[in-house]
Design a protein around this ligand. Structure first.
Ligand SMILES: [Zn+2]
Length: 376
């Protein structure tokens, strides 16, 4: 493991606790390392949780139970039936409801002393810095690479620490990235993986209880950072294997080539999806190499479709994406690939599709023209 850093509490102790709070947090206050002053630090902290899903569920609940003074919940998604196997902050009655709102209700019911701020939108490069600025630290509970790089860069540019977690099947990883004090996510992963090369939980599955283990470790890092106790995961990647009950640590070194840590990148990127190879779509050769579990959609007009189409494609003209009428009938657990004649209409439909929460989607570059060209 990396050298023990001399931990300083991130948060100053706030106001004196009320009688009700002293009783509520008594099991914290009894721990000598936390004591009254540590609990006052927790009450004075502002933490942003990005994502109210698998990792966000235990994170938000434990932050609220611990009495973190302000908790931001950022999510634009809606609760689906397939979330309930692991996203324990939501219930059957919440299906169809906004995840951020559902999570806020549960956190407030658990502890009315905490203030919950709703951020019901997708984290983008034009809003990330503004939202992050309101908080002392950020917990990244997202599941896609474009958002992870955005979270890293925004946190680093503001000098704020953030706790990253990731899960897949039985495996989880956690680290604390803080470019002011140690390495950042880009030091660990300088370049994003090729699109489609790393399967998501929606494709490969995830053990529900793993979310509880990893989200709890992330929240534990937050509490330690806030109160200045113990040793955090700065400079270490924790790798947890639920199947064999084993944990190991990988030392992460600050990279001299990291654009964030070396200061060569002083702004957010203009397009993180493009950085992750998602913005420009896929080539005909990439489409042919895909395993056939995707849904291929032709967004042209019925007359064009009649003349020629790609085998296996379903016709859903562009208008259905523009008026949003098609989104409720599209599968959330399959990759969606769009195409049109030249790639212009499908690119437009792709941004509408991603805005509606279908992150696992792309389009065919050059459209059916490029496809037919590649067949020759
Ligand atoms: Zn770095």
């Amino acid at each position: 493991m990396a050298e023990l850093l001399d931990m300083k509490a991130l948060i100053e102790p706030g106001r004196a606790l009320t009688g009700e709070e002293k009783e509520r947090y008594s099991r914290h206050i009894l721990i000598p390392d936390i004591d009254m002053v540590g609990q006052q630090r927790i009450v004075n902290a502002k933490v942003l949780c990005i994502g109210a899903g698998g990792l966000g569920s235990p994170t938000i609940l434990y932050l609220a139970a611990a009495g973190v003074g302000q908790i931001g919940i950022l999510d634009f998604d809606k609760v689906e039936l397939s979330n309930l196997q692991r996203q324990i902050i939501h219930t059957q009655a919440d299906v169809g409801k906004s995840k951020a709102r559902s999570a806020k209700e549960k956190a407030e019911a658990l502890n009315p002393n905490v203030k919950i701020n709703l951020h019901e939108f997708r984290l983008e490069n034009h809003n990330a810095l503004e939202v992050f600025a309101e908080y002392d630290l950020i917990i990244d509970c997202t599941d896609n690479f474009a958002t992870r790089y955005l979270v890293n860069d925004a946190a680093a540019l503001l000098g704020k620490p953030y706790i990253w977690g990731s899960i897949y099947r039985f495996d989880g990883q956690v680290s604390l990235f803080w470019s002011k004090e140690g390495p950042c996510y880009r030091c660990l992963h300088p370049t994003p993986p090729a699109p489609g090369s790393v399967p998501s939980c929606a494709e490969g599955g995830v053990l529900g209880v793993l979310c509880g283990a990893i989200g709890s470790i992330q929240t534990n890092e937050a509490i330690k950072l806030i109160t200045g106790i113990g040793k955090t995961l700065i400079g270490d990647l924790l790798i947890y294997d639920a199947l064999n009950n084993s944990s190991r640590y990988l030392e992460i070194k600050k990279s001299p080539n990291c654009p964030i840590c070396s200061g060569t990148q002083r702004n957010l990127l203009s397009d993180y999806e493009e950085f992750c190879g998602l913005g420009n779509g896929i080539t005909p050769a990439q489409l042919k190499a895909r395993s056939n579990n995707y849904l291929l959609i032709d967004v042209r007009e019925p007359e064009e479709f009649k003349i020629s189409s790609i085998s296996g494609a379903k016709l859903i003209p562009k208008i259905n994406f523009e008026d949003g009428s098609i989104f409720s009938s599209l599968p959330a657990d399959r990759e969606i690939i769009l195409y049109c004649r030249s790639g212009i209409r499908s690119d437009k439909c792709l941004s509408l599709l991603r805005n509606a929460g279908f992150n696992n989607s792309t389009h065919l570059k050059g459209g059916i023209i490029a496809w037919e060209e590649s067949e020759k």
